[in-house]
Design a protein around this ligand. Structure first.
Ligand SMILES: [Zn+2]
Length: 70
């Protein structure tokens, strides 16, 4: 009896993990999308498809990303 409850909990935990990793993946992709504004400092960018206003902002953003802060 307790075994089947444990199995159910383990299955539920597994699905939760999957869901969380999917959401995280989607969030990462959104973070990296060009929005028309610098992803680091928020300055408006006129060139379409560009994600940062300059290399410094890109480097700062990548550092934060590597440290898991984004
Ligand atoms: Zn910037």
């Amino acid at each position: 009896m307790s075994d089947s409850v444990d199995d159910a909990n383990a299955t539920q935990a597994h699905f939760n993990e999957l869901q969380i990793s999917k959401v995280r993946q989607a969030a990462k992709q959104m973070d990296a999308a060009a929005t028309g504004y610098c992803l680091s400092c928020g300055q408006q960018i006129t060139k379409s498809g560009q994600r940062w206003c300059n290399a410094d902002c890109r480097d700062d953003w990548e550092k934060l990303k590597k440290r898991g802060l984004l």
